[in-house]
Ligand binder design. Structure first.
Ligand code: ADP
Ligand code: ADP
Ligand code: MG
Length: 667
């Protein structure tokens, strides 16, 4: 018995919402998006056939509101809801509420979500089902003295985990018995804050393990299969950074053993739909860690090596159809990688970044590459959600080909406006130890010095390319201005642009604390650039998108320079370098342009408004506080004045550059 699904609501945002819609549309379904205030113009809203607002920016006021989502589903006439990952995807109450509203929840039964929701309870169940477990304690009794005895019995080092845990929260490694009490208290605090439940489990901490997980799929007719495994051992702070399929070194016999253990785990909880059984593995041993009762972020690598569309499988199972393939029919060919491109700053301990993506070029047409993304150039990465920009997936006939393609795809990825982990990811996938599949969860720490070499000094090539960009850009602007015969064009007044006035121009750059002067001489066909340490003959052509066909001392190269404000980012030969162009004219225009305007220094939430309209303020008075990424920024009065109007209230979201209030001069 199958039930039709005609209209699918996707209760999520970002890349996963876009990705689910792609398959749903291909299957002829109508797609319905939901969105928060911060996402009114988001890609997933644009891509949907219909989209409904469900509340304010914070997830708990929108994407986590079961009532608002069901109301949208009712209005749209949706007969099914896909929860994506994160958010409500592993919320049993949501699955139940869907069922009560007569809507198909594209996921497992609420009972299976509950059974796997607690890592402790899940381990008890798995023990009974004969699935191997890491030696540990996962009982109800949480007496600290008992936990200490258990830790001693297990043997140090041990790992404390929040039973209700996820995302690495509440997880503490304990090396010796004297560290236990503190680690326990801190794990409990974190668990209480994150999950409202401070129960923990203790297990043996494996020191050089691999994370290998098995993709399982079950239908409502009693069939359950595995779609092979993924290796997600390249992690940072117990969170996945690079994933691949299949796991290197996996024998057919071991694959079958792990696959069977995963299927047993799923069957033990009456599983239906897509799920992932995560194992930790050391040597030939593997142990159950947890089951994620949803589609996983890294599912595309499995799609690549099996040629299957897992969202299509999910929707078919949700309709009541049997699984499309039997175990023996599931292909396994080639090799695939996925990396998670994040807005974060590797130089500052991977601090998540918020702000605008001024320029974004994703490697969609790179050989063997697939890109899943929920943003486009101009979008903001907001404080409210995961700062993932895209997932890049590459496929190849074997591991080396897929890795080479990943290096190529990352080399042509360009992001300006926010720091990202792109260079870090590129360093991982091109590292010799990665090539020889030396995989375990300590990889990143072990090769930290290679992977995070710190900012490179500004090289001659990049300085020359930045200079060439400015010179060609100004020449183009000057000729456009001449064409338009606009006597007031500022470009017409640029010093040094008339060959008959002077034969050189001086450019000033700043990189870090360094100031760099470049003198550019006009010579036949191009420029001679006097750089601090050398002189370079530079010539080239520039396309409208900033792509340069450059020749530096006769060496031809392709590059792109992107300007955002005074910041120039030079992309050349897979590397990127940023420097500032100090333009005396622009500096003065900007100063007058923003004088008296009080603007948000970054996108964020207004947490304090200290003044009202009509109030007198003195220079330096705090006017408005904007919070982003848990950091507060106070906007203070630049001079004495009277507040003419206040544009925002507490709780409002503001974009970077939004005018917060208007200050008038004193009469
Ligand atoms: P995985 O093993 O698939 O990475 P995680 O448990 O780390 O699973 O979480 C899945 C993903 O869900 C995260 O990587 C994150 O992108 C997303 N996610 C989790 N919580 C949220 C949230 N509150 N808002 C948006 N995305 C979230
Ligand atoms: P989460 O819910 O955060 O995904 P998991 O239990 O899946 O928590 O563990 C996340 C990661 O922590 C694993 O991928 C692995 O790197 C590490 N980890 C978990 N258990 C152990 C263990 N017993 N020994 C060593 N590392 C572990
Ligand atoms: Mg996990």
């Amino acid at each position: 018995m199958t039930r039709p699904i005609r209209t699918l609501l996707i209760a999520n945002r970002g890349e996963i919402a876009v990705r689910v819609m792609r398959t749903a549309r291909a299957m002829g379904l109508k797609t319905v998006a939901v969105y928060s205030e911060a996402d009114a113009h988001a890609l997933h809203v644009e891509r949907a056939d219909e989209a409904y607002p469900i509340g304010r920016a914070p997830a708990r006021e929108s994407y986590l509101r079961i009532d608002a989502i069901l109301e949208a589903a009712r209005k749209a006439g949706a007969d099914a809801i896909h929860p994506g990952y994160g958010l409500l995807s592993e919320n049993a109450d949501f699955a139940e509420a869907c069922a009560q509203a007569g809507i198909v929840f594209v996921g497992p039964p609420a009972s299976a979500i509950r059974a796997m929701g607690s890592k402790s309870a899940a381990k008890s169940l798995m023990e009974k089902a004969g699935v191997p477990l890491v030696p540990g304690y996962h009982g109800e009794d949480q007496d600290p003295a008992l936990l200490a005895r258990e830790a001693a019995r297990i043997g140090y080092p041990v790992l404390i985990k929040a039973s209700a845990g996820g995302g690495g929260k509440g997880m503490k490694v304990v090396r010796t018995s004297d560290e236990l009490a503190d680690a326990l208290a801190s794990a409990q605090r974190e668990a209480k804050n994150a999950f409202g439940d401070d129960r923990v489990l203790v297990e043996k901490y494996l020191t050089k393990p691999r994370h290998i997980e098995v993709q399982v799929f079950a239908d409502a007719h009693g069939n359950c299969v595995y779609l092979h495994e993924r290796d997600c051992s390249i992690q940072r702070r117990h969170q996945k950074v690079v994933e691949e399929a299949p796991a290197p070194g996996m024998s057919a016999e071991r694959r079958a053993r792990m696959g069977k253990a995963a299927v047993d785990a799923a069957k033990a909880v009456g599983y239906v739909g897509a799920g992932t059984v995560e194992f930790i593995s050391e040597g030939d041993d593997f142990f159950f860690m947890e089951m994620n009762t949803r589609l996983q972020v890294e599912h595309p690598v499995t799609e690549a090596i099996t040629g299957q569309d897992l969202v299509e499988w999910q929707l078919r199972v949700a309709k009541g159809e049997p699984l499309p393939l039997a175990q023996a029919e599931i292909p396994l060919r080639g090799h695939a990688f996925e990396v998670r491109l994040y807005a974060e700053d590797p130089e500052r301990d991977f601090l998540p970044q918020v702000g605008r993506l001024d320029h974004l070029l994703l490697p969609t047409d790179s050989p063997g590459a697939r890109v899943d993304s929920g943003v486009r150039a101009g979008d903001a990465v907001s404080i409210h959600y995961d700062p993932m920009i895209a997932k890049i997936i590459t496929y190849g006939a074997d591991r080396a080909e897929a890795a080479g393609r990943m290096a190529a795809a990352l080399a042509r990825t360009e992001v300006v406006g926010l720091p990202t982990n792109r260079t870090f990811l590129h360093a991982i996938v091109t590292h010799p130890a990665f090539a020889s599949a030396e995989l375990d969860t300590g990889f990143i720490e072990r090769y930290r010095a290679d992977l995070l070499p710190g900012p490179a000094p500004l090289g001659t090539r990049d300085l020359a390319l930045a200079s060439l960009f400015l010179l060609l850009d100004e020449a183009r602007a000057a000729s456009a201005a001449a064409d338009a015969a606009d006597p007031f064009s500022p470009w017409g007044l640029a010093p040094g642009w008339r060959l008959n006035r002077s034969a050189f121009v001086d450019l000033t750059f700043a990189a870090g604390t360094q100031r760099i002067a470049v003198r550019a001489h006009y010579v036949s066909g191009g420029f001679r650039l006097d750089l601090p340490e050398s002189s370079v003959q530079a010539e080239g052509l520039m396309a409208d998108d900033g792509t340069l066909e450059a020749r530096l001392d006769g060496v031809r190269m392709r590059a792109r320079v992107v300007r955002a404000g005074q910041r120039l980012t030079v992309f050349a030969a897979g590397s990127e370098t940023s420097l500032d162009h100090i333009d005396p004219r622009l500096a003065s225009i900007e100063a007058t342009g923003t004088a008296g305007r009080l603007v948000a220094p970054m996108p964020g939430t207004i947490t304090r408004v200290a003044v009202g309209a009509g109030e007198r303020v003195k220079k330096g008075d705090a006017l408005v506080v904007v919070e982003a990424m848990k950091m507060e920024h106070t906007v203070a009065a630049p001079r004495d004045g009277i507040v003419a109007s206040v544009r925002f209230a507490i709780g409002d979201l503001v974009d970077e550059g939004a005018e917060l209030l208007v200050l008038e001069d004193l009469p």
